[in-house]
Ligand binder design. Structure first.
Ligand code: KIV
Length: 363
């Protein structure tokens, strides 16, 4: 079920080609050997060494305390464990906003000391100076817009972005500014699928999503959410794939032979295999458009969509047959895509209390 040979390493031109061909990219975060192994062995398109590692591996409450040295430790571990995968180092808070000089120095540490292929920076127009400096130094950069966890304080918490005309216009202007300074791709976090689709459609570079619905050029998920390995906070859009692969894991176990006959020391019969099967399922579901689908996308009310459509930046998108088949669809009930926030009544915010499933997911 899981291909054995490492595939060729991803390149920027392949990512662009995938966008053209409407083949969604599937990537994950990883921080240490245990998360790198399933990513590398299942041939994810890219690994993000996210500063989320500070929360899921080091126990910080937010990503803000994470340091460059901690990020480099994660990134080096990932490079050792996944030598064939395109690895992106996430610039932690304070490592690039301070000055273009700091930004270049720290980006180059990811490349030279940890062997990363690219770096990620949060922020749009207000960050173009440091980001341009990194690009000019010859380092590949992916931008991160929408909900940007390093500046949650300025958003008033973890709030879904891009739902209002003002918010959508700010994000697309940020995206154009980043494209102009030369980022190779953009990641959108926590926004409904239709405004995210507009941004993916209007940019030449690939636009990926984490909680941005199924109409973008690919998906990122935090490994610990995919595996259900971090319970303190899991946003609605993040699916735990373990329940889906329970049967496949049992079937695998039933086929690997009697431990009295197969060497107990070499028998692969544990969590390592389960992780791989789960990551493999995530990749398949992204490629076929099954994930995120409606269930793991943020909803948009009909009146909010109408307001968005009145934006000077909103474009008609010709509907053509797409590789991404199972994307969220408009329904008549006033909600455009169904999911979590619909159930908690606010439709705006996800936080720890959103860990309770909405009623429609309980049936
Ligand atoms: O640190 C991280 O994993 C991230 C994702 C939330 C996009 O930045």
């Amino acid at each position: 079920m899981i291909p054995e040979q490492p595939s060729e390493k991803m390149t920027v031109s392949k990512l662009r080609q995938m966008k053209k061909e409407k083949k969604p990219a599937a990537w994950v975060t990883a921080y240490t050997l245990s998360s790198a192994e399933p990513a590398q062995s299942t041939h994810v398109d890219m690994i993000l060494v996210g500063d989320s590692g500070g929360m899921v591996e080091l126990g910080y409450e937010t990503t803000n305390p994470v340091t460059m040295d901690e990020m480099l430790m994660f990134a080096k571990a990932i490079r050792r464990a996944a030598p064939h995968t395109f690895v992106i180092g996430d610039m932690p808070q304070g490592s690039y906003e301070t000055s273009p000089r700091d930004a270049v120095r720290n980006a180059l540490r990811f490349i030279k000391e940890a062997g990363c292929d690219a770096v990620k920076c949060e922020g749009g127009r207000r960050m173009t100076k440091p980001i341009r400096a990194i690009v000019d130094a010859g380092v590949l950069v992916i931008g991160h817009l929408g909900l940007t966890p390093q500046s949650t304080a300025s958003f008033g918490g973890y709030r879904v972005q891009g739902k209002t005309k003002k918010s959508f216009e700010a994000i697309i202007e940020d995206a154009w500014a980043l494209e102009e300074v030369g980022v190779f791709a953009i990641l959108l976090e926590a926004m409904p699928s239709m405004p995210a689709e507009q941004i993916a459609f209007q940019l030449d570079i690939p636009v990926y999503g984490i909680g941005a619905g199924g109409r973008v050029d690919g998906q990122l998920i935090i490994m610990h959410d995919l595996l259900g390995d971090y319970q303190a906070f899991r946003p609605w859009f993040a699916k735990c794939f373990i329940p889906d692969v329970e049967g496949a894991f049992h079937q695998y176990l039933s086929q690997i032979g009697d431990p009295r006959k197969v060497g107990r020391e070499t028998r692969e019969d544990g969590i390592r295999v389960l992780r791989r099967i789960a990551v493999q399922r995530y990749i398949e579901d992204v490629r076929t458009g099954k994930y995120p689908g409606e269930e793991y996308s943020y909803p948009l009310k009909a009146e909010d969509l109408e307001e968005l459509k009145s934006s000077r930046y909103w474009k008609d998108i010709p509907k053509e047959p797409s590789m991404i088949t199972n994307v969220p669809t408009q329904v008549d009930s006033g909600i455009i895509v169904g999911s979590s926030a619909q159930g908690n009544g606010s439709g705006q915010e996800f936080n720890r209390s959103d860990v309770e499933p909405p009623a429609h997911l309980l049936v």
